[in-house]
Ligand binder design. Structure first.
Ligand SMILES: Cc1cc2nc3c(=O)[nH]c(=O)nc-3n(C[C@H](O)[C@H](O)[C@H](O)COP(=O)(O)OP(=O)(O)OC[C@H]3O[C@@H](n4cnc5c(N)ncnc54)[C@H](O)[C@@H]3O)c2cc1C
Length: 435
Protein backbone atom coordinates (compact mmCIF):
# COMPACT_ATOMS: atom_id res chain seq x y z
CA UNK A 1 0.00 0.00 0.00
CA UNK A 2 1.31 3.44 -0.88
CA UNK A 3 0.98 5.62 2.22
CA UNK A 4 -0.55 9.01 1.50
CA UNK A 5 0.95 12.15 2.96
CA UNK A 6 -1.76 11.99 5.68
CA UNK A 7 -2.38 15.73 5.78
CA UNK A 8 -5.13 15.70 8.40
CA UNK A 9 -3.57 12.97 10.48
CA UNK A 10 -0.38 14.89 11.07
CA UNK A 11 -1.35 18.50 11.40
CA UNK A 12 -3.93 18.54 14.16
CA UNK A 13 -1.99 16.83 16.88
CA UNK A 14 -2.05 18.22 20.39
CA UNK A 15 1.68 17.57 20.42
CA UNK A 16 2.37 19.86 17.44
CA UNK A 17 0.16 22.50 19.05
CA UNK A 18 2.11 22.34 22.31
CA UNK A 19 5.72 22.66 21.07
CA UNK A 20 7.70 25.32 19.27
CA UNK A 21 9.56 23.51 16.52
CA UNK A 22 13.06 24.70 15.68
CA UNK A 23 13.62 26.27 12.25
CA UNK A 24 13.58 23.64 9.52
CA UNK A 25 16.97 22.03 8.98
CA UNK A 26 18.41 22.27 5.48
CA UNK A 27 17.96 19.56 2.87
CA UNK A 28 20.92 17.54 1.55
CA UNK A 29 22.06 19.43 -1.56
CA UNK A 30 25.49 17.91 -2.19
CA UNK A 31 27.56 14.74 -1.98
CA UNK A 32 28.85 13.97 1.48
CA UNK A 33 30.55 11.10 3.25
CA UNK A 34 29.87 9.67 6.68
CA UNK A 35 30.69 6.49 8.57
CA UNK A 36 26.98 5.82 8.92
CA UNK A 37 23.97 7.10 6.97
CA UNK A 38 20.68 6.81 8.85
CA UNK A 39 17.45 6.89 6.84
CA UNK A 40 14.60 8.27 8.99
CA UNK A 41 14.53 10.95 11.67
CA UNK A 42 12.20 9.20 14.11
CA UNK A 43 13.25 7.85 17.50
CA UNK A 44 14.91 4.73 16.07
CA UNK A 45 17.11 6.73 13.69
CA UNK A 46 17.86 9.52 16.16
CA UNK A 47 18.74 7.09 18.92
CA UNK A 48 21.18 5.29 16.63
CA UNK A 49 22.70 8.63 15.56
CA UNK A 50 23.21 9.68 19.16
CA UNK A 51 24.73 6.35 20.20
CA UNK A 52 27.00 6.26 17.15
CA UNK A 53 28.30 9.76 17.84
CA UNK A 54 28.99 8.69 21.43
CA UNK A 55 31.19 5.95 19.94
CA UNK A 56 33.00 8.39 17.63
CA UNK A 57 31.35 7.58 14.25
CA UNK A 58 30.40 10.37 11.86
CA UNK A 59 26.65 10.23 11.13
CA UNK A 60 24.26 11.76 8.60
CA UNK A 61 20.52 11.39 9.26
CA UNK A 62 18.31 11.87 6.19
CA UNK A 63 14.66 12.63 6.96
CA UNK A 64 12.04 12.90 4.21
CA UNK A 65 9.97 15.49 6.06
CA UNK A 66 11.04 16.79 9.49
CA UNK A 67 12.24 15.08 12.65
CA UNK A 68 9.41 13.49 14.60
CA UNK A 69 7.02 13.73 11.64
CA UNK A 70 6.26 9.98 11.81
CA UNK A 71 4.95 7.85 14.65
CA UNK A 72 7.60 9.13 17.07
CA UNK A 73 6.05 12.58 17.24
CA UNK A 74 2.43 11.46 17.22
CA UNK A 75 2.07 8.43 19.47
CA UNK A 76 0.12 7.80 22.66
CA UNK A 77 3.15 8.66 24.80
CA UNK A 78 2.94 5.39 26.73
CA UNK A 79 6.33 4.05 27.80
CA UNK A 80 5.63 0.42 28.66
CA UNK A 81 7.92 -2.45 29.65
CA UNK A 82 7.96 -5.42 27.28
CA UNK A 83 7.11 -5.79 23.62
CA UNK A 84 3.92 -5.56 21.56
CA UNK A 85 3.76 -9.35 21.57
CA UNK A 86 3.54 -11.44 24.70
CA UNK A 87 6.95 -12.49 25.97
CA UNK A 88 5.75 -16.08 25.41
CA UNK A 89 6.24 -15.49 21.65
CA UNK A 90 9.94 -14.83 22.29
CA UNK A 91 10.21 -17.74 24.72
CA UNK A 92 8.75 -20.09 22.13
CA UNK A 93 11.29 -19.05 19.49
CA UNK A 94 14.44 -18.42 21.53
CA UNK A 95 13.91 -20.23 24.84
CA UNK A 96 13.47 -18.86 28.37
CA UNK A 97 17.00 -17.54 28.99
CA UNK A 98 17.07 -15.47 25.79
CA UNK A 99 13.49 -14.29 26.42
CA UNK A 100 14.56 -13.11 29.88
CA UNK A 101 17.44 -11.16 28.31
CA UNK A 102 14.99 -9.59 25.86
CA UNK A 103 12.60 -8.67 28.69
CA UNK A 104 15.45 -7.06 30.62
CA UNK A 105 16.46 -5.11 27.51
CA UNK A 106 12.94 -3.66 27.39
CA UNK A 107 13.49 -2.40 30.94
CA UNK A 108 16.85 -0.99 29.87
CA UNK A 109 14.93 0.85 27.13
CA UNK A 110 12.93 2.67 29.82
CA UNK A 111 16.08 3.47 31.81
CA UNK A 112 17.65 4.85 28.64
CA UNK A 113 14.85 7.41 28.35
CA UNK A 114 15.62 8.59 31.89
CA UNK A 115 19.36 8.74 31.20
CA UNK A 116 18.80 10.84 28.09
CA UNK A 117 16.29 13.11 29.81
CA UNK A 118 18.88 13.77 32.49
CA UNK A 119 21.99 13.98 30.30
CA UNK A 120 20.52 16.17 27.57
CA UNK A 121 17.98 18.04 29.72
CA UNK A 122 15.01 16.87 27.65
CA UNK A 123 11.87 18.22 29.31
CA UNK A 124 9.06 15.96 28.15
CA UNK A 125 6.48 15.76 30.96
CA UNK A 126 7.53 12.33 32.32
CA UNK A 127 4.91 10.73 34.58
CA UNK A 128 5.56 7.35 36.20
CA UNK A 129 2.97 4.56 36.40
CA UNK A 130 1.06 2.29 34.03
CA UNK A 131 -2.23 0.46 34.56
CA UNK A 132 -3.31 -2.50 32.45
CA UNK A 133 -7.09 -2.96 32.64
CA UNK A 134 -9.23 -6.06 32.12
CA UNK A 135 -12.79 -5.53 30.88
CA UNK A 136 -14.34 -8.83 31.93
CA UNK A 137 -13.86 -11.59 34.51
CA UNK A 138 -12.11 -13.99 32.14
CA UNK A 139 -9.60 -11.32 31.11
CA UNK A 140 -9.23 -10.37 34.79
CA UNK A 141 -8.19 -13.96 35.63
CA UNK A 142 -5.75 -13.97 32.70
CA UNK A 143 -4.27 -10.67 33.94
CA UNK A 144 -3.84 -12.06 37.47
CA UNK A 145 -2.09 -15.15 36.09
CA UNK A 146 0.22 -12.97 33.95
CA UNK A 147 1.19 -10.72 36.88
CA UNK A 148 1.96 -13.82 38.95
CA UNK A 149 3.97 -15.47 36.14
CA UNK A 150 6.01 -12.31 35.46
CA UNK A 151 6.82 -12.03 39.15
CA UNK A 152 7.79 -15.69 39.60
CA UNK A 153 9.72 -16.37 36.40
CA UNK A 154 10.94 -12.93 35.28
CA UNK A 155 11.25 -11.32 38.71
CA UNK A 156 9.10 -8.40 37.52
CA UNK A 157 6.99 -6.89 40.31
CA UNK A 158 3.58 -5.43 39.58
CA UNK A 159 0.55 -4.92 41.80
CA UNK A 160 -2.65 -6.80 40.96
CA UNK A 161 -5.76 -4.69 41.60
CA UNK A 162 -8.98 -6.59 42.29
CA UNK A 163 -12.48 -5.46 41.35
CA UNK A 164 -13.05 -4.11 44.87
CA UNK A 165 -10.04 -1.77 44.52
CA UNK A 166 -10.32 -0.74 40.86
CA UNK A 167 -12.26 2.47 41.55
CA UNK A 168 -9.40 3.78 43.67
CA UNK A 169 -7.30 3.78 40.48
CA UNK A 170 -9.80 4.83 37.81
CA UNK A 171 -13.23 6.43 37.92
CA UNK A 172 -14.69 4.22 35.18
CA UNK A 173 -17.33 1.48 35.11
CA UNK A 174 -15.43 -0.42 32.42
CA UNK A 175 -12.77 -2.38 34.29
CA UNK A 176 -13.08 -5.43 36.54
CA UNK A 177 -9.38 -5.79 37.40
CA UNK A 178 -6.09 -4.02 36.75
CA UNK A 179 -2.36 -4.33 37.23
CA UNK A 180 -0.11 -1.45 38.22
CA UNK A 181 3.46 -1.18 36.94
CA UNK A 182 5.35 1.64 38.66
CA UNK A 183 8.36 1.47 36.31
CA UNK A 184 6.45 2.17 33.09
CA UNK A 185 4.82 5.56 32.52
CA UNK A 186 4.17 8.25 29.93
CA UNK A 187 5.62 11.37 28.34
CA UNK A 188 5.06 13.97 25.61
CA UNK A 189 6.50 12.09 22.63
CA UNK A 190 7.15 15.06 20.34
CA UNK A 191 9.01 16.98 23.06
CA UNK A 192 11.10 13.86 23.64
CA UNK A 193 11.79 13.30 19.92
CA UNK A 194 12.75 16.92 19.28
CA UNK A 195 15.00 16.73 22.35
CA UNK A 196 16.67 13.61 20.94
CA UNK A 197 17.33 15.39 17.62
CA UNK A 198 18.91 18.32 19.46
CA UNK A 199 20.98 15.91 21.58
CA UNK A 200 22.26 14.03 18.52
CA UNK A 201 23.20 17.34 16.87
CA UNK A 202 24.92 18.57 20.02
CA UNK A 203 27.19 15.52 19.70
CA UNK A 204 27.96 16.32 16.07
CA UNK A 205 25.42 14.33 14.03
CA UNK A 206 24.24 15.99 10.78
CA UNK A 207 20.47 15.95 10.27
CA UNK A 208 19.05 16.84 6.84
CA UNK A 209 15.30 17.44 6.64
CA UNK A 210 13.10 17.50 3.52
CA UNK A 211 15.47 14.85 2.18
CA UNK A 212 13.66 11.76 0.96
CA UNK A 213 15.98 8.87 0.19
CA UNK A 214 15.16 7.53 -3.26
CA UNK A 215 17.51 4.56 -3.50
CA UNK A 216 20.71 2.89 -2.32
CA UNK A 217 23.65 1.80 -4.48
CA UNK A 218 25.09 -1.19 -2.60
CA UNK A 219 28.71 -1.21 -1.47
CA UNK A 220 31.13 -2.99 -3.79
CA UNK A 221 34.60 -4.45 -3.22
CA UNK A 222 36.07 -1.01 -3.90
CA UNK A 223 33.38 1.43 -2.87
CA UNK A 224 31.10 2.15 0.11
CA UNK A 225 27.31 2.24 -0.23
CA UNK A 226 25.79 5.41 -1.71
CA UNK A 227 22.47 6.63 -0.35
CA UNK A 228 20.71 8.85 -2.88
CA UNK A 229 18.22 11.64 -2.42
CA UNK A 230 16.84 13.87 -5.17
CA UNK A 231 19.49 16.54 -4.79
CA UNK A 232 22.40 14.83 -3.04
CA UNK A 233 23.95 11.62 -1.80
CA UNK A 234 25.79 10.19 1.19
CA UNK A 235 28.65 7.75 0.74
CA UNK A 236 28.72 5.60 3.88
CA UNK A 237 30.39 2.48 5.28
CA UNK A 238 27.19 1.52 7.09
CA UNK A 239 23.53 2.29 6.43
CA UNK A 240 20.62 2.10 8.87
CA UNK A 241 17.07 1.95 7.53
CA UNK A 242 14.72 3.38 10.19
CA UNK A 243 11.85 4.57 8.02
CA UNK A 244 8.94 2.72 9.65
CA UNK A 245 6.16 2.00 7.11
CA UNK A 246 7.27 4.77 4.75
CA UNK A 247 10.38 3.26 3.14
CA UNK A 248 8.37 1.83 0.29
CA UNK A 249 10.60 1.05 -2.71
CA UNK A 250 13.86 1.99 -0.99
CA UNK A 251 13.85 -1.47 0.59
CA UNK A 252 11.26 -3.65 -1.21
CA UNK A 253 12.49 -6.84 0.47
CA UNK A 254 11.47 -5.56 3.91
CA UNK A 255 8.00 -4.45 2.94
CA UNK A 256 6.04 -7.75 3.06
CA UNK A 257 7.15 -8.35 6.68
CA UNK A 258 5.25 -5.36 8.06
CA UNK A 259 1.76 -4.03 7.59
CA UNK A 260 0.81 -0.36 8.06
CA UNK A 261 -2.11 -0.13 10.48
CA UNK A 262 -3.69 3.24 11.30
CA UNK A 263 -4.39 4.14 14.92
CA UNK A 264 -5.99 7.37 16.15
CA UNK A 265 -5.94 9.71 19.13
CA UNK A 266 -8.04 12.62 20.41
CA UNK A 267 -7.11 15.24 23.01
CA UNK A 268 -9.87 16.82 25.07
CA UNK A 269 -9.87 20.42 26.20
CA UNK A 270 -7.81 21.03 29.35
CA UNK A 271 -9.82 20.25 32.48
CA UNK A 272 -9.74 21.63 35.97
CA UNK A 273 -6.87 19.84 37.76
CA UNK A 274 -9.14 18.28 40.43
CA UNK A 275 -11.52 16.97 37.82
CA UNK A 276 -8.73 15.43 35.76
CA UNK A 277 -7.13 13.93 38.84
CA UNK A 278 -10.42 12.36 39.95
CA UNK A 279 -10.48 10.30 36.72
CA UNK A 280 -7.04 8.72 37.22
CA UNK A 281 -5.80 9.69 40.70
CA UNK A 282 -2.30 8.24 40.14
CA UNK A 283 -2.09 9.92 36.67
CA UNK A 284 -0.79 6.60 35.30
CA UNK A 285 -1.01 5.69 31.61
CA UNK A 286 -3.72 3.09 30.90
CA UNK A 287 -4.31 0.41 28.26
CA UNK A 288 -6.99 -2.25 28.26
CA UNK A 289 -5.91 -5.83 27.66
CA UNK A 290 -7.86 -6.19 24.40
CA UNK A 291 -6.00 -6.99 21.19
CA UNK A 292 -7.62 -3.97 19.47
CA UNK A 293 -7.04 -1.81 22.48
CA UNK A 294 -7.91 1.61 23.94
CA UNK A 295 -4.94 3.54 25.39
CA UNK A 296 -5.28 6.76 27.33
CA UNK A 297 -3.68 9.09 29.85
CA UNK A 298 -3.80 12.62 31.23
CA UNK A 299 -1.48 15.20 29.70
CA UNK A 300 0.60 17.47 31.91
CA UNK A 301 -1.97 20.23 31.29
CA UNK A 302 -4.90 17.98 32.29
CA UNK A 303 -6.33 16.90 28.96
CA UNK A 304 -7.56 13.38 28.31
CA UNK A 305 -5.35 11.94 25.55
CA UNK A 306 -7.43 9.01 24.31
CA UNK A 307 -6.25 6.60 21.60
CA UNK A 308 -7.59 3.49 19.97
CA UNK A 309 -9.36 2.21 16.89
CA UNK A 310 -7.48 0.77 13.94
CA UNK A 311 -7.84 1.00 10.19
CA UNK A 312 -6.11 -0.55 7.21
CA UNK A 313 -6.62 2.24 4.73
CA UNK A 314 -4.30 5.15 3.94
CA UNK A 315 -7.32 7.47 4.05
CA UNK A 316 -8.27 9.32 7.25
CA UNK A 317 -11.41 7.64 8.65
CA UNK A 318 -14.65 9.59 8.37
CA UNK A 319 -15.92 11.30 11.53
CA UNK A 320 -12.71 10.57 13.37
CA UNK A 321 -13.21 12.95 16.30
CA UNK A 322 -16.88 11.98 17.03
CA UNK A 323 -16.17 8.23 16.86
CA UNK A 324 -13.10 8.54 19.06
CA UNK A 325 -15.17 10.64 21.48
CA UNK A 326 -17.71 7.80 21.69
CA UNK A 327 -14.90 5.41 22.64
CA UNK A 328 -13.70 7.84 25.31
CA UNK A 329 -17.24 8.19 26.73
CA UNK A 330 -17.56 4.40 26.94
CA UNK A 331 -14.71 4.56 29.47
CA UNK A 332 -15.48 7.95 31.06
CA UNK A 333 -19.19 8.78 30.54
CA UNK A 334 -18.73 11.77 32.88
CA UNK A 335 -16.67 13.56 30.18
CA UNK A 336 -19.82 14.20 28.11
CA UNK A 337 -19.48 17.97 28.58
CA UNK A 338 -15.76 18.14 27.69
CA UNK A 339 -14.87 19.26 24.16
CA UNK A 340 -12.46 17.44 21.85
CA UNK A 341 -9.83 19.89 20.62
CA UNK A 342 -7.49 17.74 18.54
CA UNK A 343 -7.76 14.50 16.55
CA UNK A 344 -4.86 12.86 14.76
CA UNK A 345 -3.28 9.51 14.04
CA UNK A 346 -0.55 7.62 12.30
CA UNK A 347 0.58 4.21 11.15
CA UNK A 348 2.15 1.46 13.19
CA UNK A 349 4.37 -1.13 11.54
CA UNK A 350 2.95 -4.41 12.72
CA UNK A 351 4.55 -7.80 12.06
CA UNK A 352 2.61 -11.06 11.82
CA UNK A 353 3.61 -12.12 15.35
CA UNK A 354 3.98 -8.52 16.64
CA UNK A 355 7.59 -9.18 17.67
CA UNK A 356 10.05 -6.50 16.47
CA UNK A 357 11.88 -7.14 13.20
CA UNK A 358 15.54 -6.05 13.31
CA UNK A 359 18.23 -7.30 10.97
CA UNK A 360 20.54 -6.77 8.03
CA UNK A 361 19.06 -6.01 4.61
CA UNK A 362 21.35 -8.24 2.61
CA UNK A 363 19.59 -7.54 -0.68
CA UNK A 364 20.98 -3.99 -0.39
CA UNK A 365 24.55 -5.10 0.16
CA UNK A 366 26.70 -5.56 3.22
CA UNK A 367 26.50 -3.35 6.29
CA UNK A 368 22.87 -2.30 5.76
CA UNK A 369 20.87 -2.63 9.00
CA UNK A 370 17.17 -2.14 9.49
CA UNK A 371 14.82 -1.58 12.44
CA UNK A 372 11.09 -2.09 11.94
CA UNK A 373 8.07 -3.96 13.26
CA UNK A 374 7.70 -2.16 16.60
CA UNK A 375 4.01 -3.04 16.22
CA UNK A 376 2.69 -0.06 18.18
CA UNK A 377 5.06 -0.53 21.10
CA UNK A 378 8.12 1.42 20.04
CA UNK A 379 8.34 4.57 22.11
CA UNK A 380 10.92 3.07 24.47
CA UNK A 381 12.11 0.14 22.35
CA UNK A 382 13.24 2.36 19.44
CA UNK A 383 15.77 3.93 21.82
CA UNK A 384 17.24 0.58 22.73
CA UNK A 385 17.13 -0.57 19.09
CA UNK A 386 19.27 2.39 18.04
CA UNK A 387 21.74 1.51 20.77
CA UNK A 388 21.90 -2.12 19.62
CA UNK A 389 22.69 -1.06 16.04
CA UNK A 390 25.47 1.22 17.33
CA UNK A 391 26.87 -1.69 19.37
CA UNK A 392 26.75 -3.94 16.29
CA UNK A 393 28.50 -1.36 14.08
CA UNK A 394 31.14 -0.96 16.80
CA UNK A 395 31.82 -4.71 16.60
CA UNK A 396 29.62 -6.22 19.30
CA UNK A 397 26.48 -7.54 17.65
CA UNK A 398 25.48 -10.07 20.31
CA UNK A 399 22.44 -8.17 21.60
CA UNK A 400 21.38 -6.99 18.14
CA UNK A 401 21.62 -10.58 16.92
CA UNK A 402 19.36 -11.83 19.70
CA UNK A 403 16.59 -9.74 18.15
CA UNK A 404 17.74 -10.43 14.59
CA UNK A 405 17.43 -14.17 15.19
CA UNK A 406 13.65 -13.87 15.67
CA UNK A 407 11.85 -15.44 12.74
CA UNK A 408 9.19 -13.47 10.87
CA UNK A 409 6.71 -14.46 8.23
CA UNK A 410 5.68 -12.24 5.34
CA UNK A 411 2.04 -11.19 5.27
CA UNK A 412 0.26 -13.51 2.87
CA UNK A 413 -0.57 -12.23 -0.57
CA UNK A 414 2.25 -9.71 -1.05
CA UNK A 415 1.44 -6.03 -1.54
CA UNK A 416 -2.09 -6.36 -2.88
CA UNK A 417 -3.55 -8.96 -0.56
CA UNK A 418 -1.86 -7.94 2.68
CA UNK A 419 -4.73 -5.64 3.61
CA UNK A 420 -7.65 -8.08 3.15
CA UNK A 421 -5.69 -10.76 5.01
CA UNK A 422 -5.14 -8.43 7.94
CA UNK A 423 -8.74 -7.18 7.95
CA UNK A 424 -9.88 -10.79 8.29
CA UNK A 425 -7.39 -11.41 11.10
CA UNK A 426 -8.43 -8.24 12.93
CA UNK A 427 -12.13 -9.12 12.62
CA UNK A 428 -11.31 -12.37 14.39
CA UNK A 429 -9.33 -10.58 17.13
CA UNK A 430 -12.15 -8.05 17.65
CA UNK A 431 -14.53 -10.97 18.14
CA UNK A 432 -12.08 -12.54 20.56
CA UNK A 433 -11.86 -9.26 22.51
CA UNK A 434 -15.58 -9.53 23.28
CA UNK A 435 -15.31 -13.04 24.74
C1 LIG B 1 -0.99 6.97 16.74
C2 LIG B 1 0.14 6.13 17.32
C3 LIG B 1 0.13 5.84 18.67
C4 LIG B 1 1.18 5.10 19.22
N1 LIG B 1 1.23 4.94 20.58
C5 LIG B 1 2.31 4.36 21.14
C6 LIG B 1 2.44 4.33 22.56
O1 LIG B 1 1.64 4.90 23.30
N2 LIG B 1 3.52 3.68 23.07
C7 LIG B 1 4.46 3.08 22.27
O2 LIG B 1 5.41 2.47 22.80
N3 LIG B 1 4.38 3.15 20.92
C8 LIG B 1 3.34 3.79 20.35
N4 LIG B 1 3.27 3.89 18.99
C9 LIG B 1 4.36 3.32 18.17
C10 LIG B 1 5.61 4.20 18.18
O3 LIG B 1 5.25 5.55 18.02
C11 LIG B 1 6.55 3.74 17.08
O4 LIG B 1 6.85 2.38 17.27
C12 LIG B 1 7.86 4.50 17.00
O5 LIG B 1 7.68 5.89 17.11
C13 LIG B 1 8.56 4.15 15.70
O6 LIG B 1 9.68 4.99 15.54
P1 LIG B 1 10.49 4.95 14.19
O7 LIG B 1 11.66 5.85 14.37
O8 LIG B 1 10.72 3.53 13.81
O9 LIG B 1 9.48 5.51 13.07
P2 LIG B 1 8.93 6.97 12.79
O10 LIG B 1 8.84 7.80 14.00
O11 LIG B 1 7.68 6.80 11.99
O12 LIG B 1 10.06 7.62 11.90
C14 LIG B 1 10.36 7.18 10.60
C15 LIG B 1 10.83 8.39 9.83
O13 LIG B 1 11.46 7.94 8.64
C16 LIG B 1 11.19 8.87 7.64
N5 LIG B 1 11.38 8.22 6.34
C17 LIG B 1 10.70 7.14 5.86
N6 LIG B 1 11.13 6.84 4.64
C18 LIG B 1 12.10 7.73 4.32
C19 LIG B 1 12.90 7.93 3.18
N7 LIG B 1 12.78 7.19 2.08
N8 LIG B 1 13.81 8.94 3.23
C20 LIG B 1 13.97 9.71 4.32
N9 LIG B 1 13.19 9.57 5.42
C21 LIG B 1 12.27 8.60 5.42
C22 LIG B 1 9.76 9.31 7.89
O14 LIG B 1 9.48 10.57 7.32
C23 LIG B 1 9.70 9.31 9.41
O15 LIG B 1 9.91 10.60 9.96
C24 LIG B 1 2.22 4.60 18.39
C25 LIG B 1 2.21 4.88 17.03
C26 LIG B 1 1.19 5.64 16.49
C27 LIG B 1 1.20 5.96 15.03
Amino acid sequence: MKISSEPKLTTDSYYEASVVRPLSRGALMSEMTADVCVVGGGLAGLSAALELRQRGYSVAVLEAKHTGWGASGRNGGQVIAGLACDIAVIEKQLGFEAAKRVWNMTLEAIDLIHERRAQFKIHCDWQAGYLNGAVNAKKGRALAAWVDDMQKRYGYEQQFISQAEVRQWIDSPKFVAMSHDPRSGHLHPLKYTLGMAKAAESLGATICENTAVTGISPATATSDAIVHSREGSVRAKHVLLAGNVYLDNVAPALKPRIMPVGTYIVASAAMDRNRAQSLIPSRAAICDTNFVLDYFRLSADDRMIFGGRVSYSAVTPMNLAPTMRERMLAVFPQLDDVAIEHAWGGFVDITMNRAPDFGRAESLGKNVYYLQGFSGHGLALTGLAGKLVAEAIAGNSERFDTFASLKHRAFPGGGLLRTPALVAAMAWYRLRDRI
